[in-house]
Design a protein around this ligand. Structure first.
Ligand code: ATP
Ligand code: MG
Length: 327
């Protein structure tokens, strides 16, 4: 099980952070993919109506990378009210201090410049996330590095409930961090993020990829192509490493060497990156054409949600029985 906040389009960071693992594991596991549309309101409170479009768009992005509706189950948070009931019950077992101490919450407040203007729902999110996962009894959760702490809190909640029940009603959540746990943004920010606008979308056209890459942040200490450059922390090289195929490794190493010696300019390396990224995105663009139809996407979302809701209702009943809330 894993989830996405539909606050924007999916990007390269999502691919290396978790989509890639979902692709690898899809034949081995029964995969549930959540669109956390309610949570997206914490970012888009002034313009909530765009969230629905992003949710369908994110499903399209995932279908395009190769997660077909026959292999995975897509579900929409706001269409499963039992998730809120579970979250509300879970919140009774989490102290206010513990919720505020969650490092991901702290990081997001800082990164998004929320100051003290964040909603109660935002602080509650770890409880919702626990409900999003446990409603379908998710046991393995592929995520990017920034989600590790959230999951720790979800794990604490499962432990409390299992203890109360005297048996394992919930599996102990295992996290699986992607090959690149946190892909850098095109602006050099340590995280490519929908909310920060420093992204390259999985749906980007060839031209958009070119524009993004040519304007990308590189090594600020380098003024002339003959100055020795830095490869570490340089998004151009991080993307080359992340998206180059096996056969590209030799050339990437040569470019790295030349860059540190001041023997190659940014423009040449960037042009090479454009080529690498467009090669990577070619099959994604092809599949996208096949699925790009709102009715089809809605049908996929409804079918998956119906299945996940059935699972959630069973889970909620079980939790209520553990708490003795049976009348
Ligand atoms: P937002 O800024 O609105 O939180 P986001 O870009 O972080 O958006 P999410 O929907 O919150 O996207 O994240 C979905 C999943 O993708 C999570 O598992 C998250 O860890 C992972 N992820 C997001 N951005 C990156 C990134 N730059 N590198 C690796 N993984 C990422
Ligand atoms: Mg996020």
């Amino acid at each position: 099980m894993t989830g996405f906040t539909p606050t924007g389009k999916l990007h390269l960071g999502h691919f290396v952070g978790n989509l890639e693992n979902l692709l690898k594991l899809k034949s081995e596991y029964d995969e549930f993919l959540l669109l956390a549309d309610t949570h997206a309101i914490t970012t888009l409170s002034k313009d909530p109506k765009v969230i629905r479009q992003h949710a369908l768009g994110n499903i399209l992005d995932m279908l395009s990378v190769g997660l077909s509706e026959d292999e995975v189950t897509y579900y929409i948070e706001s269409e499963i009210p039992e998730i809120y009931e579970l979250a509300s019950l879970f919140s009774m077992y989490v102290s206010h201090n513990r919720a505020l101490r969650n490092p991901t919450i702290k990081d997001e407040i800082k990164m998004k410049g929320l100051g003290d203007q964040f909603s109660l729902g935002f602080i509650n999110y770890p409880m919702y996330q626990a409900a999003d996962i446990m409603c379908v009894k998710g046991e393995l959760v592929p995520v990017g590095k920034d989600q590790e702490a959230h999951l720790e809190q979800a794990r604490e909640i499962t432990e409390v409930l299992n203890k109360l029940a005297g048996r394992e009603i919930f599996p102990l959540i295992r996290t699986m961090i992607g090959r690149v746990g946190k892909l850098v943004g095109t602006d050099g920010n340590p995280k490519m993020s929908k909310s920060l606008g420093n992204t390259i979308y999985l749906s980007a056209t060839e031209k958009e990829v070119e524009e993004k890459v040519m304007n990308m942040y590189t090594d600020p200490t380098r003024i002339h192509a003959t100055d020795p450059g830095h490869v570490e922390g340089n998004p151009v090289f991080e993307y080359l490493d992340a998206f180059g195929k096996e056969g590209d490794r030799g050339k990437i190493s040569e470019y790295k060497y030349a860059y540190t010696k001041g023997q190659v300019g940014d423009v040449e390396v960037k042009k090479y990156l454009v080529q690498i990224l467009n090669n990577f995105m070619e099959p994604i663009r092809e599949r996208r054409k096949e699925y790009d139809n709102e009715e089809r996407l809605l049908a996929i979302a409804q079918k998956g949600t119906q299945r996940a809701r059935g699972e959630t209702q069973k889970t909620l009943q079980e939790v209520k029985e553990v708490l003795g809330l049976v009348y």
